[in-house]
Design a protein around this ligand. Structure first.
Ligand SMILES: [Zn+2]
Length: 349
């Protein structure tokens, strides 16, 4: 015995328990803060368009749901990139399995004012682009356009073969007056080697993918840049902040939808090359940043940035905003706009 009395030991145990409880509480508070509180999105509030203006006959309109989900229409033909609405939370992404949230998809299609679509085209096969597209196709009668990996996500959801089309690099697809040319490109290069290996290594989904599955089962497939022309105008959609040098040479576009997800976590040299190989290549008059909102943030209300915890892990949100603002200053003839959520915006009159 060390001579301590029984009440002395009890007091010590009580203090220990109290400290442990305090620590657990602190940990829970930090976790909740990290997962439930979001950063501001890395775009300038001054760039925000309100939308909802009257739409002249034949105008081309766009509606934005967040990330890289865009709905284009000229009143006759309606098509969508990605069609991603499910947004599973961080605990499920890290520890569980994910599957399309059919109710969320139905609500989002309603919010976009769409019941019939000609096509849905995931820009690559990661979950935040392609996971919900087969259900969007099923619900709207759309063709599911994409790589063989995207087709396998469709097959896993039971979409019939006649609703699947595999894209061929640089072979234009005609939808009404829209001509969509898919250009094989590269995904954003995650600076972290482990993340890069898990998200970009072994890129193919080579058999029907039946959810629920792990987030990493949604392999990359192929990453496309879309060049779109319509009698009213032309645009480029860059779904992920990657590039292939020289790939867009000879193309022009009035508008660039620029995916900036993760861009701030890369080096300044990478950002400059990305800009040169996308925006500078096609010389637009207007830039519309996309894929800047947090993947786990809700699909309603104002756009939010990444959850605090995601920001701690990846960093670089300030750099994304500073980079875009720097370009806005350097190119005063170029308009920068961000789209409202769901509201219709006239892209070309
Ligand atoms: Zn991706």
């Amino acid at each position: 015995m060390n001579g301590q009395t029984r009440p002395g030991i009890l007091l010590m145990l009580r203090r220990l328990l109290l400290s442990l409880l305090l620590l657990a509480g602190l940990f829970a508070a930090v976790l909740a803060y990290g997962l439930l509180v979001y950063n501001k999105p890395p775009v300038d509030p001054d760039w925000a368009l309100a939308g909802g203006e009257p739409v002249p006959d034949g105008a081309v309109t766009v509606r934005f749901s967040g990330t890289a989900t865009l709905l284009f229409s000229d009143g006759e033909t309606h098509w969508m990139t990605d069609g991603w609405f499910s947004r599973p939370g961080v605990p499920r992404l890290l520890l569980g399995k994910i599957a399309p949230d059919v109710a969320a998809i139905r609500r989002a299609l309603e919010a976009n004012g769409v019941s019939q679509l000609d096509a849905v085209l995931p820009l690559h096969s990661h979950y935040d682009h392609a996971m919900d597209a087969p259900e969007v196709a099923r619900a709207t009668g759309a063709l599911l356009l994409g790589s063989e990996s995207t087709a396998n996500i469709g097959r896993g959801w039971g979409l019939p073969e006649e609703q699947l089309r595999v894209l061929v690099d640089r072979q234009p697809v005609r939808l009404g007056k829209f001509v969509i040319t898919p250009i094989e490109s590269r995904h954003f290069e995650f600076p972290d080697p482990e993340m890069r290996r898990r998200a970009l290594g072994e890129p193919l989904i080579d058999a029907p993918l039946v959810p629920p599955v792990s987030v990493f089962d949604y392999r990359l497939g192929k990453a496309y840049v879309l060049h779109v022309t319509h009698p009213k105008g032309s645009w480029l959609i860059v779904g992920s902040a990657g590039y292939v040098e020289g790939a867009l040479q000879g193309l022009s576009a009035d508008v660039v939808f620029l995916g900036v997800g993760g861009l701030g976590s890369q080096t300044p040299a990478y950002r400059e090359t990305f800009w040169r190989e996308t925006v500078a290549s096609v010389a637009p008059s207007r830039i519309i940043p996309i894929h800047f909102d947090g993947l786990t943030a809700p699909l309603s209300g104002p756009f939010r940035g990444e959850a605090k915890a995601v920001g701690w892990a990846s960093g670089g949100l300030e750099e994304t905003l500073a980079f875009l603002q720097g370009k806005a200053v350097a190119y005063p003839q170029l308009s920068f706009h961000t789209l409202p959520r769901f509201a219709r915006v006239v892209l070309f009159r």
